[in-house]
Design a protein around this ligand. Structure first.
Ligand code: XMP
Length: 512
């Protein structure tokens, strides 16, 4: 195993991800519990993360000294480089020229770290982000790569197998970074690379059993990939101790609730309570046009219904959620300043305290594409795993202005036709998310010999990696024409279709 010691960098999980991609098991531990983890895990190598801290801070985070005494390879990244230098007797100073972003490094000496991709005398792009810098290396170290602003881009002690980089190999902006990390774990630490998502699944199941014991777990199913994968995993771990609750707010896509119920109950035989609460939600939303009020109304009702159902089945000590790593990054950051609420995202937050439950979040370490791999491992059908994300508040936030049952029906039909055309064109997997929006605007049209006065439907499709930023998808006009024609012909209530060409930022993916 590889032990990754976290000093609070925003991108520590990316190190773990790269190590997983290299087929090696790793664990991330915060620096202040690293000593215990080091003893327990007996790692074959250690990676020290970056950090917003400075080694000159009072109480600067340090690595357990044992890490440097164990005769195993150590890789220090950014702050990890400074901490290595500092703890081994070198010197670190506050940087006068801070360097952020893209830089070019020059390789001066070969190393097993670079084997197969970086050669002496050549320049390569990397991603730097640091303020402090090492000014005096500990004994036995030498510099093997530099950049104009980073004289110690890579400093190593090959004899002791200490490797340090001033740049971040774990981020995609260092194009060869994954290879560097792969060399570290394979060539330098001597680990085989035979660890897989199947092994991850077994570990996760073990951890769930340990956390839950013989307690009861409830899980809110939304029909999305994340909550479904979490539920499948937990079911595999503890069987009937898990109950899933699908709160059907009547704001799902066409047939979605039925498909989820059928899959869980009939196909996988997982206990599922299907609560049809459509009337309650839609009555509460009727006439409400403010996006935040809609979101908050839905969030509150969701919790009320969920709580009532949970009580009916005799309560539970644990609440399962399909939280992914990108959802937790911001909340654990050291520096995270106050950030503005763009939208009140809906999840079952608030419930655990109210119901005195512990959270079970088996996907906390994973990224979306890894969750999909895990879903595959658990036997979920490909068609389900590849589904586009769908927001908790559902179609309510795709119906700007007041919501009515009629509008929701119109929207469901248009959305289903649009997605059908996207599938037929073979574009579903290329697009990150696509959906229809029903605008609260009526326009005049002519159909046959008659005048029409009906709603406008906007189509949205984006590409994205994580939903944080997105580009609108450049359909060809013929495709858009086909989709528009079908929607107008087949859906009563829509006589005009427009395409949204806004990226994020400045837009958001959803319209509300
Ligand atoms: P925005 O509209 O903020 O959306 O650019 C980014 C991604 O998040 C989804 N989204 C939500 N997901 N609860 C969710 O579970 C929510 O309240 C919510 N609001 C937006 C959105 O569909 C997109 O994938």
């Amino acid at each position: 195993a590889i032990l990754i010691i976290d000093f609070g960098s925003q991108v520590t999980q990316l190190i773990a991800r790269r190590v997983r991609e290299a087929g090696v098991y790793s664990e991330i531990v915060p620096f202040n519990s690293a000593a215990e983890a080091f003893d327990r895990l007996q790692p074959k190598g250690v990676i020290l993360s970056g950090s917003p801290a400075s080694v000159h801070d009072d109480n600067a985070p340090l690595a357990p000294q044992a890490v440097f005494e164990a005769k195993i390879p150590v890789l220090g990244i950014c702050y990890g480089q400074q901490v290595t230098a500092h703890q081994l007797g070198g010197k670190v100073e506050g940087g006068h020229e801070r360097e952020f972003g893209r830089a070019e490094i020059t390789i001066h000496k070969s190393s097993p770290l670079f084997e197969g991709f970086w050669t002496v005398g050549n320049n390569y792009p990397v991603w730097m982000s640091h303020g402090d810098r090492v000014t005096e290396l500990p004994d036995g170290f030498e510099v093997i790569a530099t950049s104009p602003n980073a004289p110690l881009a890579v400093a190593v002690n090959e004899a002791r197998k200490y490797y340090t980089t001033q740049f971040h190999p774990e981020v995609v902006h260092t194009p060869d970074g994954a290879k560097l990390l792969s060399n570290f774990v394979h060539k330098i630490c001597g680990l085989a690379g035979d660890w897989t998502m199947a092994a991850y699944k077994d570990k996760a199941i073990e951890a769930i059993r340990e956390q839950v014991g013989d307690g009861k777990v409830i899980c809110g199913l939304s029909g999305g990939v994340d909550s479904s994968v979490a539920a499948m995993l937990i079911h595999e771990a503890i069987g009937e101790q898990l109950t899933c609750i699908l709160v059907d707010h009547g704001l799902m896509r066409m047939n979605e609730a039925n498909e989820v119920v059928a899959m869980f109950r009939e196909h996988y035989n997982i206990p599922l309570v299907h609560v049809d609460a459509a009337d309650m939600f839609i009555d509460a939303l009727e006439g409400e046009a403010d996006p935040e009020t809609k979101r908050k109304t839905i969030g509150k009702l969701f919790i009320d219904v969920f709580e009532a159902e949970a009580k009916k089945i005799g309560g539970a000590g644990f609440l399962a959620q399909g939280t992914l790593y990108p959802d937790v990054i911001e909340s654990v950051s050291f520096t995270g300043g106050p950030s503005v609420t763009i939208k009140s995202h809906h999840n079952v937050g608030g419930l655990p305290e109210r119901m005195n439950m512990q959270l079970v979040e088996p996907l906390r370490e994973l990224f979306k594409d890894e969750v999909r791999l895990l879903g595959k491992e658990l036997g979920l059908p490909e068609s389900f795993i590849g589904r586009h994300p769908f927001p908790g508040p559902g179609l309510a936030i795709r119906c700007p202005g007041g919501i009515t049952r009629d509008k929701l029906k119109i929207l469901q039909k248009a959305d289903a036709i649009y997605l059908d055309e996207i599938r037929k064109a073979g574009l579903y997997d290329t697009i990150w998310q696509a959906f229809a929006v029903l605008l609260p605007v009526q326009t005049v049209g002519v159909m046959g010999d008659g005048r029409t006065y009906e709603f406008v439907c906007a189509l949205r499709a984006v590409t994205s990696v994580d939903g944080m930023t997105a580009d609108f998808y450049p359909f060809d006009m013929a495709f858009l024409g086909r989709a528009a024609t079908r929607i107008i012909n087949e859906v009563h209530g829509i006589n005009r279709v427009v395409y949204d060409v806004t990226s994020k930022p400045p837009g958001t993916i959803e319209w509300e």
